[in-house]
Design a protein around this ligand. Structure first.
Ligand code: F6P
Length: 342
């Protein structure tokens, strides 16, 4: 009887529960299959923290944010001994395959573990939408919707008070959320890690708007941009697992824009509100499809692949492809956003 483990690792993301439900229902749809949930990401695999999953265990979770399995940023290579750290749990539970739902860091560890002998299938996950090998990741659509709603609200108060508002969105390495939400919200400027930050040009966009009588502006900033030249270096902050904590660069951007333009400039950092809460309908459907597909790969005996989106289809893609690069916003997409600046 095949036994399939499933874990969620790294930052949480709307749609994780839909994937867990998809994996469980997909696997149990096949005769003689068992599903084991692994708690708190790699931590549960390293420490033997598991829970049996049946169809009832995953009822009523499709629309819930977060992950019923819990997650953490513990990593078998950073905090343990690679495959050896996970071996005991795999043997004790007789796991034939572990379905790993995670972002770029998690998938890189999954690839290394697979190369060392762990039977693994991946599901790419991040609100940042920057995993290579797949057209899109679940959670992104929800995050863009949250950020767009925030921009709409901020634009009205910015207009009432004749202010510049700098809105900081997530995006550790790439500016997908900033670009999409910026286009959807009609941003006057968008700063992303892929494009060199030139605050004098942004200041001129804002001044020109004022000259035309538009006395407010919205600037969307991805949290992962390099601190602007000339701003004081922020002390580096770490999370409980030793990884860098981002967030706050927009305060430096705002201070410089205020100085350059002379206009009152305020900051809103959206932070985890983009990651929490119920997934959009699009993300629920995508996450369900990915979960069912991953269960299918596990049962067919495929290993070292992830369930990926290609056009209209979900297809198995080697984990190497996901780990080859971090996928950024194209010049064409950014140019479309930039056509509306000012
Ligand atoms: O990778 C997804 C992400 O949401 C990033 O955009 C963000 O920088 C990071 O996770 C924050 O993670 P944490 O909540 O662990 O600080």
């Amino acid at each position: 009887m095949p036994v399939i483990g499933v874990l969620t690792a790294g930052g949480d993301c709307p749609g994780l529960n839909a994937v867990i439900r998809g994996v469980t229902a997909g696997a149990l749809g096949e005769a003689d299959t068992e599903v084991v949930g692994i708690r708190n990401g790699w931590e549960g695999l390293m420490e033997g923290d598991t829970v049996p999953l049946d169809r009832d265990a995953v009822r009523g979770i499709l629309f819930r944010g977060g992950t019923i399995l819990g997650t953490s940023r513990m990593d078998p290579y950073v905090h343990g001994d690679g495959y050896k750290s996970c071996e005991r749990t795999i043997k004790q539970n007789g796991l034939d395959c572990v379905i790993v739902i995670g972002g770029d860091g998690t998938l890189r560890s999954a690839l290394r573990l697979w190369e060392e002998g762990l039977p693994v299938v991946g599901v790419p996950k991040t609100i940042d939408n920057d995993i290579a090998g797949t057209d899109v990741t679940f959670g992104f659509d929800t995050a863009v919707q949250v950020a767009t709603n925030a921009i709409d609200r901020l634009a009205s108060t910015a207009e009432s008070h004749n202010r510049v508002i700098v809105v900081e969105v997530m995006g550790r390495s790439k500016g997908w959320i900033a670009t999409y939400a910026g286009i959807a919200g009609g941003a006057d400027a968008i700063l992303i890690p892929e494009v060199e930050c030139d605050l004098e040009s942004v200041a001129e966009i804002i001044r020109a708007r004022h000259r035309r009588g538009r006395r407010y502006s919205i600037v969307v900033v991805a949290e992962g941009i390099a601190p602007p030249a000339g701003s004081a270096l922020q002390p580096s902050r770490k999370d409980a697992f030793g990884f860098d904590r981002l967030g706050g660069v927009s305060y430096q951007v705002a201070a410089i824009l205020e100085e350059l333009t002379g206009f009152e400039t305020r900051v809103t950092v959206l932070g985890h509100v983009q990651r929490g809460g119920t997934p959009s309908a699009f993300d629920r459907v995508l996450a369900t499809r990915l979960g069912v597909a991953a269960a299918g790969y596990a049962i067919e005996g495929r290993r070292g692949v992830m369930a990926a989106v290609r056009g209209e289809d979900i297809v198995p893609v080697p984990l190497q492809e996901a780990c080859a690069e971090i996928r950024g916003v194209s010049e064409q997409l950014y140019a479309t956003a930039a056509a509306f600046f000012g």
